[in-house]
Design a protein around this ligand. Sequence first.
Ligand code: SF4
Ligand code: SF4
Length: 57
Amino acid sequence: MVQVKQDVCDFCGTCVSVCPVDAIELLEAVLIIDQEKCIDCMKCVIVCPLRALEGTK
Ligand code: SF4
Ligand code: SF4
């Protein structure tokens, strides 16, 4: 599971573009990860420049 630290994220959208299953949705000031779609590939966690995403298995 990937969790978003909403207070760290600056909503740049970088993670959205790397997700292979389109599980990340960026609303105005909220980042939502669809846990049903997410396959725990950790691409978003690696790519986030602010380390706003945390992966836990
Ligand atoms: S890459 Fe990081 S800072 Fe950018 S939208 Fe995703 S979680 Fe937020
Ligand atoms: S871990 Fe992979 S599948 Fe899950 S939200 Fe991040 S990029 Fe998408």
